[in-house]
Design a protein around this ligand. Sequence first.
Ligand code: VLZ
Length: 134
Amino acid sequence: MPADFNGTWNFMNSDNFEGYMLALGIDFATRKIAKMLKPQKVIKQEGDSFSIHTTSTFRSYFVQFKIGEEFEEDNKGLDHRKCKSVVTWDNDKLVCVQTGDKKNRGWTHWIEGDELYLELRCEDQVCKQVYKRA
Ligand code: VLZ
């Protein structure tokens, strides 16, 4: 079996979340609040089925998918742009490609020790976040 992402993960630090939000066209006021947040991720993985709950005091986001199966993503509460998304394994990394109005949009998750890494991509911007197992 590939990597096991199951668990609760607490935000530790972030690099260039601002650039990522700007690339998504998130407004000033929302960016100011969002960059202060320390979200928590609860990931459930059962075979090829995943759910990721990202919760914060301001906004929360939920996504559910099966490896290799394209799904409609609404990005509700984020930038609200609809995407056709698909998540695949790249060795032990989970790679999501979000096809829509924004070029080069997607994310990658991987685990190192008790840390969960997330790289968020949009256009020419890359945001890196680190979470620690709760
Ligand atoms: O995560 O795509 O784990 O969806 C941040 C909520 C959620 C804070 C960011 C509010 C979602 C921000 C990042 C307001 C603009 C994301 C995926 C990978 C799963």
